[in-house]
Design a protein around this ligand. Structure first.
Ligand code: MN3
Length: 201
């Protein structure tokens, strides 16, 4: 079955004023849809067309050579955005709930404000387009990474528990060129329940 854009788990205007309604329409309905359409076109007729996206991204080197770049870019885009919609929510923000996730944050960063600072710094320093991430290592320890374009930690068999899109299309209508302001505001919509769930995976 061909890949599909998952519906948003909230209304397009539910993240206002942090993320505006028009940005959500363009980002979800146009940008994410384009990644999915291009991914399906690249995979059509290959043995990989019906595989889960996670499996495809973890085996890019096994794809036909002419498919690797389009699948890396568009499959990564599909996977990253499917995760991104879940990581935000209208009841988001605040602090992570007490428990193993908060303990791991405190252990790795000192406190949640230091975590946010590192994630935002990595996002600001990402030249051009990409993502900034919190990944959980095999030992359970958390660290911050950033990736270019639509690359995703999963391609290196790393488990991301949180990621923020720093492509201009994610913020330009409201924040214009002020990526740091977007990153600071983004935490007002973070869905800690999903982050905690992913930490426990
Ligand atoms: Mn995007």
């Amino acid at each position: 079955m061909a890949h599909e854009v998952p519906p948003l788990p909230y209304d397009y205007n539910a993240l206002e004023p942090t993320i505006d309604d028009e940005t959500m329409h363009l980002h979800h309905d146009k940008h994410h849809q384009a990644y999915v359409d291009n991914l399906n076109a690249a995979l059509a007729g290959t043995d990989w067309a019906d595989k889960p996206i996670e499996e495809v991204l973890q085996n890019l080197d096994s794809l036909p050579e002419d498919k690797r770049t389009p699948v890396r870019n568009n499959g990564g885009g599909h996977y990253n955005h499917s995760l991104f919609w879940q990581l935000m929510g209208p009841d988001g923000g605040g602090d992570p709930p007490d428990g193993p996730l908060k303990d791991a944050i405190d252990q790795a960063f000192g406190d949640v404000n230091a975590l946010k600072q590192q994630v935002n710094d990595a996002g600001v320093k990402r030249f051009g387009s990409g993502w900034t991430w919190v990944v959980r290592g095999s030992d359970g320890a958390l660290s911050v990474e950033s990736t270019p374009n639509q690359d995703t930690p999963l391609m290196e068999n790393k488990h991301a528990i949180l990621g923020i899109d720093v492509w201009e299309h994610a913020y330009y209508l409201t924040y214009r060129n002020r990526r740091p302001d977007y990153l600071t505001a983004w935490w007002n919509v973070v869905n800690w329940a999903i982050v905690q769930e992913r930490f426990g995976v």
